[in-house]
Design a protein around this ligand. Sequence first.
Ligand SMILES: Cc1cc2nc3c(=O)[nH]c(=O)nc-3n(C[C@H](O)[C@H](O)[C@H](O)COP(=O)(O)OP(=O)(O)OC[C@H]3O[C@@H](n4cnc5c(N)ncnc54)[C@H](O)[C@@H]3O)c2cc1C
Length: 362
Amino acid sequence: MREPFPSTDPWDLVVIGCGPAGSTTARVAAEAGLRVLVLEKRRRIGRPVFCAEYIPRALLGEVALPVEAVAQEVEHMVTWIQGKVAVRRRLPGIILHRDIMDEALAMQARQAGARILTQARVVAIHQGAIRFLHGGRLHLVRSPVIIGADGPLSLTARSLGLGCRDHLASLQVEVPLLRPLEETEVHFLPEIYAGYAWVFPKGATANVGVAMRRRGTGSLSGLLMGFLDDLRKRGLLGADPPLRRTGGLIPASGPPHRTTEKGVLLVGDAAGQTDPITGGGIPAAILCGKMAGGAVVEASKKGDPTHLDLYEAAWRDRLGRSLQRALRRRRSMEEQWHRKPFHLLIREHWIAFRQYYEEKTS
Ligand SMILES: Cc1cc2nc3c(=O)[nH]c(=O)nc-3n(C[C@H](O)[C@H](O)[C@H](O)COP(=O)(O)OP(=O)(O)OC[C@H]3O[C@@H](n4cnc5c(N)ncnc54)[C@H](O)[C@@H]3O)c2cc1C
């Protein structure tokens, strides 16, 4: 039986949030012998799923996935613009069972020695003190280092004045497919403002969703219904009701100017490490979780908190350029959404087209 909280243990590290960023950071620190506590507000790790569950294979190097977390492999991504196929690109990837992946990553952290407390909602963070609700009571823990891995609306980031300013809002359903689909589909329509719709196949079903900036005129659910109708007309879907409905916010303003401050490190969505164009953030969360864990271990070994700053430099070195490019593309896409011929706009602002990677001087 698990011991109840409170515990009198002193912690070397408290991690807030047990998504991919938090569990990876916790595992790395616990493997090095640090005493790690993870506080997670949900009852079950990874459930419900707020994700379209796609990872490009090129980014998989960072992710040691259990085989049972893989729902389907895909080889190509087809980009549609205004109802027509614009380009079909080889983009091998994996559609996950995200709940299984998150649970597996948490298990790895546990096996390394981290203590994970679920149904523990952090409500305040101030100068190394963390207050959280658990079992109907307010608790207090202290830690020399805190990891804010608490997702797109991160309380940790907001408590430092570093919260994400802009998000994409999304809505998704998992629906049965009438025939297997071997590739991912991304659809651009003028009414889905500065976002897109997707079909990501998962064997007999698919994740079908819409994400856009809130300034769009239509409602997300109206746009999703219209998109589902289009897929029915193409013979991809029948009349079966959705098996699951989900959604959530995706950071779209890139990282803040700092992600380490006063013994607090932000990781994953909390740090805006999510790609502002594609909305993908799982590989970055895991990669940056490894780097954050490494920096915490180094700082602890040397007894020198300035080593925490290594994290800032390390992750910006790996991801900074591509995130900055995606952020520039997002800003320009939003500015030009109603101004430029739609095909041209998407070609310049979507990763499937060569123009996306070309730097403009103007
Ligand atoms: C609809 C949708 C589709 C997406 N599709 C994809 C995709 O196909 N591929 C991809 O790579 N990315 C996708 N993303 C983005 C991806 O889900 C995130 O980038 C990824 O989950 C980031 O991991 P994380 O660990 O930083 O945050 P999260 O996975 O959000 O984990 C944060 C954890 O912190 C917990 N938490 C939050 N606040 C508190 C608190 N106060 N106290 C305690 N615990 C707290 C949460 O319960 C959660 O478990 C999608 C996102 C959405 C919303």
